[in-house]
Write a protein that binds this ligand. Structure first.
Ligand code: PAF
Length: 278
């Protein structure tokens, strides 16, 4: 396995590569079973897998967890090695962020839901992801469905800006109790970890209750879920039902939809989503 943090060496390694078509798995490190699923997804389909590990400062707000975001690099490299990854790119910020650069890729959906609570977050994600796509030139890039709004925006960016690669989504990997795997789960205290699975359980309960017949009753339906989350000890940022196609509130209650939510549990922000069909 080749590891480099230097863009020139990355270019050389990519030119000298002899493996099959290239798959990129972009990450911020602190790798877990969710990332393993992304790597395996690509390997099982015959791709030579490259992983980028970069905690992207452009996607963190001034009061967010950039400084304390976990960076267990040697464990991450061991995991990549054991999963058969060929190339790991671990750039310092100076290799990826042009000082004072104002270039950003934006989309209106990026300022809704998570974007409304994390201004500039998705612009930072899209900008760095587009840069990674240029640096690697992969045939495919693999992303988890846990970050569903991110996945939607990356798919749109690739489609509308003609990036020459395919985006492959992989279902959320969950703990046996339902909690979606996330690098931030390691922030949870023992008590918070015990409570955390209720987040997913409430989303499933809302789906099981069934959707309202008319879009005008949607905010009341979302409000019930919001109140249930509050009663269980979470502080929700938002709860939103969106059309899978547009990522906007459904104009009629039919077709594939996604129920999205973000909650705080103590000092940890958790996101999750589930699919529904009306
Ligand atoms: O999902 C992530 O880990 C990050 O948002 C990504 C896609 C690696 C961009 O920094």
């Amino acid at each position: 396995m080749i590891q480099t943090g230097d863009r020139n060496s990355l270019g050389e390694a990519l030119e000298e590569r002899t493996g099959g078509p290239l798959a990129l798995v972009p990450t911020m490190g602190a790798l877990h079973a969710g990332h393993v699923a992304l790597i395996r997804h690509a390997r099982e389909r015959g791709y030579d897998v490259a992983v980028s590990i970069f905690v992207n400062p452009m996607q963190f707000g001034p009061d967010e967890d950039l400084d304390r975001y976990p960076r267990p690099l040697s464990e991450d490299l061991d995991l990549c090695r054991s999963e058969g990854v060929s190339l790991v790119f671990t750039p310092p910020v100076s290799e990826m962020v042009v000082p004072a650069s104002r270039i950003r890729i934006t989309h209106p959906v990026g300022s809704l839901y998570c974007g409304a609570h994390r201004p500039g977050h998705f612009e930072g994600v899209l900008t760095i992801v587009s840069k990674l796509f240029h640096l690697f030139g992969p045939e495919i890039a693999v992303f988890g469905q846990k970050d569903r709004q991110q996945l939607f925006l990356i798919e749109r960016m690739v489609r509308e800006l003609d990036f020459p690669l395919g985006i492959e989504p992989v279902p959320t990997v969950r703990e046996p109790d339902g909690l979606a795997r996330s690098s931030r789960n390691r922030y949870l205290s023992v008590e918070e970890r015990a409570l955390a699975p209720l987040f997913h359980a409430h989303l499933v309960a809302a789906r099981n209750r069934g959707l309202p017949a008319h879009p005008e009753d949607l905010s009341r339906w979302e409000g019930v879920l919001f109140a249930d989350l509050v009663r269980s000890g979470f502080r929700p940022d938002y709860v939103a039902l969106v059309s899978e196609e547009t990522f906007l509130p459904p104009v009629q209650m039919s077709g594939p939809m996604i129920l999205l939510a973000a909650v705080w549990l103590g000092k940890t922000r958790l996101i999750d989503n589930i699919e529904l069909t009306a």
